[in-house]
Design a protein around this ligand. Structure first.
Ligand SMILES: Nc1nc2c(ncn2[C@@H]2O[C@H](COP(=O)(O)OP(=O)(O)O)[C@@H](O)[C@H]2O)c(=O)[nH]1
Ligand SMILES: [Mg+2]
Length: 373
């Protein structure tokens, strides 16, 4: 990492954003074949082949051609799977997603096994083509060709899991193309049912699934917000609860990956209403863990929203704000976009103001796009 990247956090994020864009562009050009697809392509090509010359030499040449076809199809398809980037080539977010999705080791091992299969296929081809070329009879050549094809295809069959894992990772990472335009990113956080998805849907183009029960955000939903002079993404996440990392499910782990690597601003939603699924103290604890692990570590901004003003007494709202502000460190208070904003995502109260303040804060958080103040 260069000196600038170390000393200027926003520059580091800018570099990360570029990396993310590049990876997605690259991934879009890669096709990862599943084992069965490779085997079926081999079959098709095989059937099209016809002997070109009569006689013994022609038959032997034909067997050689058949094996060469198997080898070429297999190796070219496996090579295209190997175009998947290594972990170190990925952006921090993509690495965290791979980790959340299948694990780093599993990913690297899958790539390694594909590389090994390519080497072995090449060895078989080199060894058997010589044997076939020098065989005494056409039937001997046919037997050798069968044996060699069998061995090469069995390499492919043994890669069944690895290839489908690489394919899944590719598809998963390509889906992040929505944020791969390099605009700044607001990640929304808060306990389940605090109104995160409702806020995302009101502020942006995204249509998140909104329901009266927790855990409805089945995947990470990204909305784009375009205001007169600023554009950014707002990323909805399922409630990342105060649970140890090992106990999080896949979607929660992905949410955590997004939350810990993407944001320029964290928009934290509090629910002080009677409907809240966790009390205000637990919500503050969640905010404190985000303060420690994300806001401070990544040197980013924080916006606090108190939602459900339509069903919460003014008094409770005020007390919640005081408790939250008390709990935050001085340094974090300085990082806040503004004072906490009181809104009702349901009625729309306060949302225009929230949008305006977020837009202004984005400009400060992303000087590479909007210039320094
Ligand atoms: N009364 C009221 N209900 C709200 C408000 N915002 C969200 N809700 C409701 O709270 C529930 C959970 O909202 P949702 O956006 O799915 O929460 P999430 O789990 O944080 O994404 C839904 O039934 C929403 O309709 C609000 O401002 N006032
Ligand atoms: Mg939701």
């Amino acid at each position: 990492m260069s000196l600038e990247q170390k000393s200027i956090p926003w520059l580091r994020r800018h570099v990360e954003a570029k990396r993310l864009v590049e990876t997605v562009t690259r991934l879009k050009r890669i096709y990862v074949y599943e084992a069965d697809e490779i085997i079926s392509v081999v079959g098709q090509r095989y059937r099209r082949l016809k002997p070109r010359r009569p006689g013994r030499a022609g038959r032997i040449e034909f067997e050689l051609k058949r094996l060469e076809t198997v080898y070429n199809v297999v190796v070219s398809r496996l090579r295209s799977a190997l175009e998947m980037p290594t972990l170190s080539e990925l952006s921090e977010f993509h690495r965290a997603l791979v980790e959340a999705y299948i694990g780093r080791e599993e990913y690297e091992n899958a790539r390694r096994r594909v590389a090994r299969a390519i080497r072995l296929a090449r060895e078989f081809w080199n060894q058997y083509r010589w044997l076939i070329a020098t065989s005494e009879t056409p039937s001997e050549a046919a037997r050798l060709r069968k044996e060699a094809s069998g061995r090469i295809l069995s390499l492919v069959r043994r890669l069944r899991k690895d290839l489908s894992l690489l394919r899944r990772v590719k598809e998963e990472l390509v889906r992040t193309h929505v944020i791969a335009e390099g605009f700044p990113i607001v990640v929304i956080a808060g306990i389940p049912s605090s109104g995160k998805s409702t806020i995302v849907s009101k502020l942006s183009t995204a249509k998140p699934e909104i329901a009266a029960y927790p855990f409805t955000t089945k995947t990470i939903i990204v909305g784009k917000v375009v205001q007169s002079d600023v554009a950014y993404y707002i990323v909805d996440t399922p409630g990342v609860l105060e649970r140890p990392h090992e106990l999080l499910n896949e979607i929660e782990r992905k949410a955590l990956a997004a939350l810990s690597t993407l944001p320029d601003i964290v928009l934290f939603v509090l629910d002080p209403s009677i409907e809240r699924v966790q009390d205000v103290n637990s919500q503050i604890r969640l905010l404190k863990s985000i303060e420690k692990d994300i806001i401070k570590k990544r040197d980013i901004k924080l916006m606090i929203v108190v939602n459900k003003a339509d069903i919460t007494p003014r008094d409770d709202i005020q007390k919640t704000i005081e408790a939250v502000m008390d709990a935050l460190e001085d340094d974090t208070r300085k990082r806040m976009c503004s004072e906490p904003i009181v809104v009702s995502a349901a009625t729309g109260e306060g949302l225009d103001r929230l949008a305006t303040l977020l837009g202004e804060c984005i400009k400060r958080a992303a000087p590479w796009l909007y210039g320094k103040e």
